[in-house]
Write a protein that binds this ligand. Structure first.
Ligand code: 6R9
Length: 679
């Protein structure tokens, strides 16, 4: 039941083209207080000062021993930043703030239901919780530096506590987004070789109780099927009276964290001094095969990079109340809810639930109540807030100095609502382009020094040199109006180290395409291929068009077409499946599935539902397709490859190009008729 593919049908190809917009200048009040307000900073980060310019970021951290080599390029493309240095990430995010800021809020947690009390966790309290959990992990689970521990946790403070506890021990954490299914979690447990899973009994979302622990059972089963036993499942208990976990605990395998913690009250664990290049965490993302990629991030390079970009691009000052309204289960949450803000000793808000439940004023109410002054979210959320509560911001008394958008291209009119209405015209907006693989921002405006341009992320960030190449590796000049593949010419400290357990795949996906000389140890010969299409305007600003590979970005979440298709093929009736991106008003892109049934089977609504259910079961709710279309046959080349480019064209009411060379051109009209009369 394998499906051959015509590889290219990319988001970038179905991208909506919009007009270049006028510039917006940062407010004087913002410039007056900005961390980077002197253009001299561009000189400090000038290309001839690479890689030493990044010492400035590393110097934001406390090192146990200083590095001897800023960038070790001896084994490309496996770059080593700050080689020879040693540090502990947890110490940098917690302990070192105690002397001056013991009673300051490190985390403020706003739970769902909103009626539950907001919880403030001071640096002192965070230190206590992290030490106790680290002690439990070390003594009870027996984990050691370099071991992996998987979390499947929702948006609760126990997640940063668990992350920092692992970091304290030199243990590599791997958080699987809470909304992912147990099966998806189990695959990631197996891939990372984790023996410990940390989860929670349940949580509320949109007013519904999610019985989360049941997913852990499925995850452990899936991991076991793939040869990875899980010895301990640690269950944080939150809704003991309302969840079934009490009954479903497996003797000798499942443990309630609160019961175990009684043994570790007041424990103090010395932070383990780790080499700069020691892996800090894995973050899985979708790729072009069904096997997810465990992006391995380093300790010293990563933490330096998120601290530096948080300081200059998020303009975080210690006294700010900073709210990144993303999920910690994604890279944005790791870098810009937990590690970046805490490394700088600021207050980071975490909220649970959805931005528009119980009403579309929730976000602005939280901003007012907590005095948030930096706000960070994704275009999908902005579109939703704009649609459901266009006038809500005016009803609340909050004042932002800085706003971020991340994760997808943002349409200029949505950008303007964000700036004018949500930000009340008082804040700078930075549109930050980057990826799970990158650790931190790659393209953005430096807010006090570079004007904003709706719909464009801006130029490369300090010390990062993007370039657009055509398929043959020729540079596409700025202002030419042509699109191409955006690449980064140089390594930067936040770059991931490898794909966990798949170094060859790492080299092949990200570097092979444009590598100039595989024997060279000069970084100039190894441009990083990001997998996005982009155009660069004459002013140097980049506009990102979307993925050029087999990945669909739905509401900022990356879904691999292969994963979607494999999930569809688990339905007995399905013979062939193709996933294509379609433009969606709220989520940017959505998935449409096309399936052909086995001979003799008639299409039915049940089969359509079965495909959606299979995708939800294998991947998670966020992956549910917008439509499942059962077609009599797929358009195919003469060699039998499914032409997804043609299908995507039909789905998006676009030109499908020349189909005369297909093996079955008549099927194109048939599908078009079927789909377009139903849409
Ligand atoms: C941080 C994050 C990465 C993909 C990336 C690109 C898209 C991210 C964007 C953007 C346009 C932006 N993307 N930021 N597109 N403008 N500001 O989102 O990581 O989940 O790995 O997604 O998201 O297509 O390649 P990740």
């Amino acid at each position: 039941m394998t499906t051959a593919h015509e590889p290219q049908v990319s988001e970038a190809q179905i991208s909506v083209h919009w007009r270049e917009e006028d510039y917006y200048q940062p407010p004087a009040k913002f410039i007056g207080q900005a961390n980077a307000a002197d253009p001299e900073i561009f000189r400090r980060f000038a290309e001839e000062r690479f890689p030493d310019c990044f010492k400035e970021y590393a110097d934001l951290l406390s090192w146990d021993s200083y590095w001897h080599t800023t960038l070790d390029t001896s084994n490309p493309p496996f770059w080593k930043w700050f080689a020879g240095g040693r540090l502990n990430a947890c110490y940098n995010c917690v302990d070192r703030h105690l002397a001056a800021d013991r009673s300051k809020a490190a985390l403020i947690w706003v739970p769902e239901p909103e009626a539950e009390d907001t919880r403030t966790i001071t640096y002192q309290e965070l230190h206590r919780q992290v030490n106790e959990f680290a002690s439990l992990l070390r003594e009870f689970c027996g984990v050691r530096p370099g071991d992996r521990v998987t979390f499947h946790l929702p948006m609760v403070p126990e997640l940063p506590v668990a992350m920092l506890a692992c970091a304290r021990l030199g243990v590599i954490h791997s958080e699987v987004f809470g909304g992912f299914s147990g099966t998806a979690c189990g695959e990631r447990i197996a891939d990372s070789g984790s023996r410990v899973l940390v989860t929670m009994d349940g949580y509320y979302r949109n007013g519904q109780l999610v019985d989360h622990k049941t997913k852990a059972d499925e995850a452990v089963r899936t991991a076991a099927e793939r040869g990875q036993p899980v010895d301990s499942v640690l269950v944080w208990r939150r809704h003991a009276d309302r969840c079934s976990s009490q009954a479903a605990m497996v003797d000798g395998r499942d443990f309630f964290v609160d019961e175990l913690l009684t043994e570790h009250r007041g424990a103090v664990v010395t932070p383990v001094s780790m080499p700069s290049e020691a892996p800090l965490f894995l973050m899985y993302t979708s790729g072009t095969t069904a096997r997810p990629k465990g992006c391995q991030h380093s300790t010293g390079g990563y933490l330096s990079y998120v601290a530096g970009t948080s300081k200059y691009y998020q303009d975080i000052h210690p006294e700010d109340t900073y709210w990144c309204c993303a999920d910690i289960g994604w890279i944005t949450g790791h870098s810009y809810i937990v590690y970046g803000p805490l490394a700088l000793g600021t207050t980071s808000v975490i909220y649970e639930g959805s931005p528009t439940h119980p009403d579309p004023g929730r976000v602005w109410r939280i901003a007012e109540r907590l005095g948030v002054n930096i706000f960070h979210t994704a275009p999908t959320t902005i579109r939703m807030l704009r649609k459901l509560g266009p006038d809500e911001p005016g009803k609340y008394d909050y004042h932002l100095k800085h706003m971020t958008t991340v994760g997808e291209p943002i349409e200029p009119e949505v950008w303007r609502w964000y700036h004018d209405v949500a930000g009340k015209g008082e804040a700078v907006v930075v549109d930050t382009w980057w990826q799970t693989e990158n650790g931190g921002f790659l393209g953005s405006t430096l807010p006090a020094l570079q004007p904003m341009k709706p719909g464009s992320c801006g130029p490369g960030v300090l010390g990062v040199y993007p370039v657009i190449y055509d398929e043959d590796g020729n540079t596409v000049e700025a202002g030419s109006g042509s699109a191409g593949n955006i690449c980064i010419r140089n390594p930067w400290p936040g770059i991931f180290q490898t794909i966990w357990g798949q170094p060859e795949r790492f080299r092949q996906i990200y570097y092979e395409k444009y590598c100039r000389n595989p024997d060279s140890t000069d970084w100039r010969d190894w441009p990083y291929f990001a997998g996005d299409g982009a155009v660069q305007a004459a002013d140097g600003y980049f506009r990102i068009l979307g993925r050029v590979d087999d990945v669909i970005n739905v509401a900022g979440h990356r879904l691999g077409t292969k994963e979607l298709e494999s999930a569809s093929l688990t339905v007995g009736e399905v013979a062939e499946a193709a996933a294509v991106p379609v433009v969606d008003e709220l989520r940017g892109r959505a998935v449409e599935m096309y399936v052909a049934l086995k001979p003799g089977l008639a299409p039915s609504a049940e089969t359509e539902h079965a495909v959606s259910d299979a995708i939800e079961r294998e991947i998670g709710k966020i992956a549910r397709p917008k439509n499942v279309w059962i077609v009599s046959d797929m358009p195919k080349t003469r060699s039998g490859k499914i032409m997804r480019r043609v299908i995507a064209g039909i789905s998006n009411f676009a030109d499908v190009g020349d189909v005369s060379t297909l093996a079955n051109p008549e099927v194109v009209e048939e599908i078009r008729h079927h789909i377009q009369s139903d849409k």
